[in-house]
Design a protein around this ligand. Structure first.
Ligand code: ADE
Length: 250
């Protein structure tokens, strides 16, 4: 998977490519990442990338020509890559989309806007897809592009070191991840649940399933609407219900 980020702040993105799991994935040739400075593709001697909006108004608009040139440059590296514009007006990014990209695409070219916006002709002619990471507006698309690269990369086999780690993630199968514990066995008077120390793998699996369901029920009940409980989940939820009833009737 090859990521190219077109930005006015390449150092910001290069720092991201140079750290942690993403850096390790790049070193192992599992992913490739390049930050490209849009300003390098400006043709005038002042290296202008923005201009005043036609029709007046406040703020500046990113000019189309440097963006077009930067996209052509990126496409020479990865001709099969999709061009993604980071914008709060785009389709909302989620775990499902991260899986789709990780499984089905060879490369992505991100356009990170700054200023008030981007010339409309870039949207209509040069962009394959517009993506948002949520209903809030940031000063640029870099953080959004990095969020997507991060979540897609960790789905690529080998990037996390163990493929099992991303399989138990929150949102896989529309459920939140179960509670995790490490040493010490007792922390601030709170012990680790005994079953996790038992070595009984089936009991541990059941406990984790229940923990994942309880968390989903309490923190994100809306996820039961996208994915109705399975027969096994219903059984666990009924058992939990019975336990709560016993507790309140005491
Ligand atoms: N650029 C600015 N805000 C954004 C957002 N919420 N998502 C994607 N790109 C953005």
């Amino acid at each position: 998977m090859d990521f190219t980020v077109l930005t006015l702040f390449p150092e910001l993105v290069a720092a991201f490519f140079g750290h942690g799991m993403i850096h390790r994935g790049i070193e192992r040739n599992l992913i490739a990442g390049k930050a490209v400075n849009i300003r390098d593709f400006s043709c005038d001697r002042h290296k202008t990338v923005d201009d005043r909006p036609y029709g007046g108004g406040s703020g500046m608009v990113m000019k189309p020509e440097p963006l077009e040139e930067a996209i052509s440059f990126a496409k020479k590296r990865t001709p099969e890559a999709k061009v993604i514009l980071m914008t709060p007006q785009g389709t909302r990014f989620d775990q499902k989309k991260a899986c789709e990209i990780a499984e089905g695409m060879k490369g992505l070219i991100f356009i990170c806007g700054r200023y008030e916006g981007i010339d409309e002709r870039v949207y209509t002619q040069l962009v394959d897809e517009e993506i948002s990471i949520g209903d809030y507006v940031m000063t640029g698309g870099e953080l959004a592009a990095m969020a997507i690269i991060d979540s897609v990369s960790r789905m690529i086999p080998g990037v996390l070191g163990s493929s099992a780690s991303s399989q138990s993630d929150s949102f896989i199968d529309d459920r939140l991840e179960y509670a995790q514990y490490t040493r010490p066995e007792v922390f601030n008077d709170l012990p680790v649940p005994g079953v996790l120390l038992s070595g009984n793998h089936e009991k541990i699996r059941q406990w984790r399933k229940r923990s994942s369901l309880q968390r989903t029920f309490m923190k994100r009940p809306d996820l039961f609407e996208t994915q109705a409980p399975t027969a096994e989940e219903k059984k666990i939820l009924r058992q939990w219900c019975r336990e709560l009833e016993t507790l309140v009737n005491q």
